[in-house]
Design a protein around this ligand. Structure first.
Ligand code: HQG
Length: 291
């Protein structure tokens, strides 16, 4: 089904086919004719206002980091580029022989009161890593650059390049600036698991020096908000994004009951002005637990 070239694939500019973006995905990009006339710049401006902890300096790092991830890819576009306008690269759905797919979840979002986007978490038992290509897998991280235990160690084993990017991001900053922010790491071409890794900085440190449960929860909300905005920015830049999956963040080594993090995530709302032009996100996040 997915025949679109992965980003950075050799052979000239990428061609996006609208139908392929929408099928089975939590995100979709609307054809230009249906895009609302918001000013995308507003998204960037409001990032710092909405979050208690400014992520602006780190946004620049994120872009650099993601670009660095594909530094061996000649024509790869930078990721998380909310200011980048590549929507014209999207092929109008009317050009595509396949009918556009709308899941009930997507339609539901469009009917939401005042056009605001709400996040819904549904639970599944299974392996979070067994995800379709271009899915986003989210986990909680410390801000000192360690994926040394729990599911973070599994992320390190599955995505060694993503670990390097995460680690470098931490080394170039300080924990008190990172906590409450997020890092979206794009998949690299040629990797066996073509997944994004979504890092939520919910604690400055780990082990016995981890933050208190209340501080971890306080950081989780802006971190998740930051990540959702980065994901929508990724879509606005024309990237294909599949399922959004999350483990039971904070509930293992960070010792915060999952329900408390889940409630926070489900309380998130995004106004129309926070959703980039042309991007429709269903709001669905699938929480995976091994048993
Ligand atoms: N394969 C799998 N599939 C699906 N779910 C899986 C799984 N394996 C484990 N889980 C579950 O995933 C949840 C989170 O539990 P975790 O303890 O991992 O994460 P956390 O968010 O509480 O804490 C973050 C700190 O842990 C790390 O390790 P270090 O501090 O570096 O040593 C980081 O770097 C941070 O600092 C628990 O429900 C586990 O049952």
């Amino acid at each position: 089904m997915n025949e679109k070239k992965a980003k950075g694939t050799k052979g000239g500019p990428r061609q996006f086919t609208q139908t392929k973006l929408t099928f089975g995905s939590a995100f979709q990009t609307q054809p230009q004719s249906q895009q609302p006339q918001h000013k995308r710049q507003k998204l960037t401006d409001e990032d710092a206002q909405d979050d208690n902890i400014s992520s602006k300096p780190d946004d620049a790092l994120v872009k650099k980091d993601v670009a660095a991830a594909g530094s061996n890819e000649g024509n790869k576009s930078p990721s998380s580029g909310v200011s980048k306008t590549v929507l014209p690269a999207l092929k109008d759905v009317s050009d595509d022989p396949e009918p556009q797919q709308h899941s009930p979840a997507n339609l539901e979002t469009q009917d939401t009161q005042h056009g605001s986007l709400r996040i819904r978490v549904t639970e599944k038992v299974g392996d979070i890593f067994d995800a379709p290509p271009r899915s986003i897998l989210i986990h909680a991280c410390n801000a000192v650059g360690s994926w040394g235990g729990g599911i973070a160690l599994a992320f390190r084993q599955h995505y060694p390049d993503a670990f390097k990017i995460y680690n470098g991001h931490c080394k170039r900053s300080v924990p008190q600036h990172l906590v409450g922010t997020a890092l979206l790491i794009a998949p690299r071409d040629g990797t066996r698991r073509e997944h994004y890794v979504g890092c939520l900085f919910t604690s400055r440190r780990f082990g016995k020096n981890k933050d208190s449960p209340s501080d971890i929860l306080r950081a989780t909300e802006p971190a998740m908000r930051d990540l959702i905005k980065q994901i929508m920015g990724e879509m606005a830049s024309g990237e294909e994004v599949g399922e959004v999956r999350i483990c039971h963040i904070n509930s293992g080594l960070f010792a915060v009951p999952w329900d408390r993090s889940k409630n926070l995530i489900e309380s998130l709302q995004f106004g129309d002005e926070e959703v980039p032009d042309g991007v429709t996100y269903s709001g669905d996040i699938i929480a995976y637990s091994p048993n």
